[in-house]
Design a binder for this molecule. Structure first.
Ligand SMILES: NC(=O)c1ccc[n+]([C@@H]2O[C@H](COP(=O)([O-])OP(=O)(O)OC[C@H]3O[C@@H](n4cnc5c(N)ncnc54)[C@H](OP(=O)(O)O)[C@@H]3O)[C@@H](O)[C@H]2O)c1
Length: 267
């Protein structure tokens, strides 16, 4: 009988793909989040707040492998530090974590917090694995949906993305989590590199809309980093298979009565 694998953020966009894959591999799963969720076959839920640390040590009891997915708009560095602190006291032997491509290169506050979260994991003294993933299709859809709601869509020049399917990220994370600790794994990005303007054009065409566009220049060092492609996967990255167009076509087929919707996602 396996000990449960603790999946933080297992109720989120990525976590909802990860949990069934771990179950299919025969592992009991303990999901950690603030709000919890309904138990399922081999899946239990614990509530804890990684930002405050409340509830963490009981959540880690009896766990040797942790897959840390929980994240939000800010504070992911503190979240990781709290998790590491508790994991060091409770016998964790593999701490796997998902981060974002460019976390070490784009000087924006939320990416700095992703970088510091990575560092907390790498400096934990625990055996660790970190996978940096590109933006999930779901997040790109959320961005484009918001842009298309404006009468004039602001389009940052030179911004490119490599949208990747959350299910493919989940499969890779499960493989890494069940394998030996690997340190910093090759990045995982989608099969294409697409300009935000191209993505918007495709989205508007697919949803039968027209919008005026306002080209904008992202300011400062972060703007330059984006124009230089610092947010893109590093050389040697693994590239996913499912394209943005395939994802969008499926979402539009599923959408009922108008604009497609996507679950909230915080990349
Ligand atoms: N979205 C992307 O494009 C993208 C790309 C690359 C990497 N990532 C990374 O992948 C991870 C998962 O992203 P996602 O899109 O699946 O996020 P999501 O859909 O927003 O889900 C976040 C999950 O974390 C939990 N959570 C948030 N704050 C928490 C806290 N303080 N304590 C305990 N649980 C907390 C949430 O549950 P409760 O709200 O109930 O607590 C939820 O289960 C994040 O670390 C993100 O940075 C995302």
């Amino acid at each position: 009988m396996h000990t449960p694998i603790l999946v933080t953020g297992g109720t989120g966009t990525l976590g909802r793909h990860v949990v069934p894959l771990l179950r299919a591999a025969g592992h009991p799963v303990r999901v950690l989040s603030r709000r919890g969720g309904p138990p399922g076959d081999g899946v239990t839920h614990v509530t804890a707040d990684l930002l405050t640390g409340v509830g963490l040590e009981p959540a880690l009891r009896g766990v040797t492998t942790v897959l840390h997915l929980a994240g939000g708009a800010k504070g992911d560095d503190r979240v990781a530090a709290n998790l590491v602190h508790a994991a060091r006291r409770t016998g964790v032997t593999h701490l796997a974590h998902v981060s974002v491509t460019g976390a070490d290169r784009v000087p924006l506050a939320w990416l700095r917090s992703k970088r510091d979260a990575e560092r907390a994991v790498a400096d934990s003294g625990l055996p660790w694995t970190v996978l940096r993933a590109a933006q999930f299709h779901d997040l790109v859809l959320t961005m484009l949906t918001a842009m298309a709601k404006l009468p004039v869509a602001p389009v940052p020049g030179g911004l490119r993305l490599q949208p990747v399917d959350a299910a493919e990220v989940a499969a890779r994370l499960v493989e890494l989590t069940l394998g030996a600790p690997a340190g910093l794994a090759p990045d995982l990005a989608g099969p294409e590199t697409l300009g935000l303007d191209e993505l918007l054009t495709g989205y508007l065409a697919a949803t039968g809309r027209r919008r005026l566009r306002l080209p904008v220049r992202l300011p400062g060092k972060a703007g330059r980093a984006y124009r230089d492609g610092a947010n893109l996967a590093r050389p040697g990255a693994t590239r996913g298979v499912r394209t943005w167009d395939a994802f969008l076509a499926e979402r539009l087929r599923r959408a009922v009565g108008g604009a497609p919707t996507s679950p909230p996602s915080r990349g």
